[in-house]
Write a protein that binds this ligand. Structure first.
Ligand SMILES: NC(=O)c1ccc[n+]([C@@H]2O[C@H](COP(=O)([O-])OP(=O)(O)OC[C@H]3O[C@@H](n4cnc5c(N)ncnc54)[C@H](OP(=O)(O)O)[C@@H]3O)[C@@H](O)[C@H]2O)c1
Length: 430
């Protein structure tokens, strides 16, 4: 049986799980026909307590002992962040070493450059674990679905925000309270910005967009909104209308190019995504031959992520897997602007509870070419003379909706435009 020698960059949450799975073996060599040997693991701090017992001589604080080591066949990058990961992956690939990475940030920001380096040297770069943790997504798109023209990908791809939104929905709890709990329970980082402001989801949809549509995506060209404005009332009102609220990351083929967007959306209660709860992830892929596919599972966590990392390692080791890079030879779609997106909208606003208010709001929307599907007056505060209004529109153009929202904010009878949430379309009447 052939032995393939592995060097790790990083031995944290995921790195330790990968090292443990290699050392424990668990029949992996029998299943794959390849024996993996852990040669080196680079870390920052040698004195740190690790959750895996390593044989002597494996730990190093010098990443060059991994990327420049002639005894290593595959470098597994599990450090995270753009730098020094980018330089280390580039050095490994240039010298002909294959690389497996779980690092969404470096792949979203500099994946194009890394894939070029890989194709220049003939090395493979695989990164299944960078999107959706343990769920196989990238390799199915580049292998099993290759006969398809991918028309859209929609995903719940960030476990932290899905955990927060699920709890807000189930307990009518406020965003800040649930975020605090999520931090105490380890579902959210001390600095939750990357998750709650949608950056993590943005990196992942950039990687998916590039792979499935061949379009190199500058990440600042992706529309991004976080979940901080979602209020317990939005869940109550959405539920009365037959929806829940999820942070959706989407990449969709449109007439003018590829539209990528990350924002909270109303999702109909009767579609599969509505029941993806807690830290679970789901990716919905629509191919022209296969139709809709739903891939669901643990989007993070040490063992699920190690499963995806080692799947790539074994694919390279067996020389069976196609590198993700191969799919990027398709002619790229141009990027489509968010202003051209069309969907229904949920508008929640606080307005003066007096005659004629609705007529003013309806006129303003009508002037922007937006027609109203329904208006519901929710809670009324008789002391202040204010009422919560929830308006559902018919399908409208994003540019028109944003213009109308600005004008609504300027209306004297509108105290506050509290929330504007897009509704995911599932082919129902608009
Ligand atoms: N955690 C998950 O569930 C998950 C899921 C999917 C993808 N990922 C991705 O997997 C990657 C690793 O995540 P993680 O959660 O395992 O991170 P982590 O626990 O913070 O581990 C990072 C590791 O990299 C080492 N490291 C960082 N900078 C280094 C440097 N300059 N030189 C040498 N070693 C360095 C650290 O060394 P020390 O231990 O000495 O500090 C640590 O061992 C990230 O890209 C992440 O986005 C994670």
């Amino acid at each position: 049986m052939r032995t393939v020698r592995i060097g790790l960059l990083g031995l944290g949450v995921v790195g330790s799980a990968v090292a443990k799975a290699i050392l424990d073996e668990r029949g992996m060599s029998q299943r794959s026909g390849v024996r993996l040997e852990l040669v080196k693991a680079a870390v920052r701090d040698l004195s740190k307590q690790r959750s895996v017992d390593l044989p002597d001589g494996i730990l190093t604080t010098n990443p060059a002992d991994v990327v420049g080591n002639p005894d290593i066949d595959i470098v597994v990058e599990l450090m995270g962040g753009e730098n020094p990961a980018f330089d280390l992956i580039s050095r490994a690939l240039s010298s002909g070493k294959h690389v497996v990475s779980a690092n969404k940030e470096v792949l979203a920001k500099r994946g194009g450059e890394l894939l070029e380096t890989a194709s220049g040297s003939g090395a493979k770069l695989m990164y299944e674990a960078s999107v959706g943790g343990g769920i196989p997504i990238l390799n199915p798109i580049s292998d099993d679905l290759l006969a398809n023209r991918i028309d859209s990908i929609r995903a719940i791809i960030n476990g932290t925000t899905n955990y927060i939104l699920t709890r807000m929905s189930g307990e009518s709890a406020a965003y800040d309270a649930v975020l605090g709990d999520a931090q105490r329970l380890g579902y959210a980082e001390a600095d939750p910005t990357a998750d709650v402001d949608g950056f993590d989801a943005l990196y992942k949809i950039a990687i998916l967009g590039q792979l499935a549509f061949g379009t190199s995506v500058p990440i600042d060209g992706i529309h991004r909104e976080g979940i901080g404005r979602i209020d317990a009332r939005d869940f109550r009102y959405a539920d009365e209308l037959g929806y829940t609220i999820k942070l959706i990351a989407a990449a969709q083929r449109t007439d003018v190019g590829l539209l990528l967007r990350v924002h909270p959306s109303l999702v109909p209660l009767d579609v599969p995504m509505a029941s993806v709860n807690g830290a679970m992830n789901m990716v919905e892929i629509e191919g022209d031959l296969v139709g809709p596919l739903w891939l669901q599972g643990a989007g993070a966590g040490p063992s699920p992520t190690a499963s995806a990392v080692l799947g790539d390692v074994l694919n390279i080791a067996r020389e069976l897997g196609s590198p993700a890079a191969e799919n990027s030879s398709q002619s790229p779609l141009p990027l489509a602007p968010m202003s051209g997106h069309t969907c229904q909208y949920y508008i929640r606003l606080t307005a003066a509870d007096q005659p004629g208010v609705l007529a003013q709001i309806a006129k303003m929307l009508g002037d922007a070419n937006i027609s109203i599907r329904s208006v519901i007056q929710m809670d009324t505060d008789e002391t202040s003379g204010r009422a919560d209004l929830v308006i559902m529109t018919h399908s409208a153009l994003e540019a028109n909706m944003q213009e109308a929202a600005d004008r609504l904010r300027g209306l004297e009878v509108v105290v506050e435009l509290d929330n504007l949430i897009r509704v995911e379309s599932y082919g129902q009447s608009q």
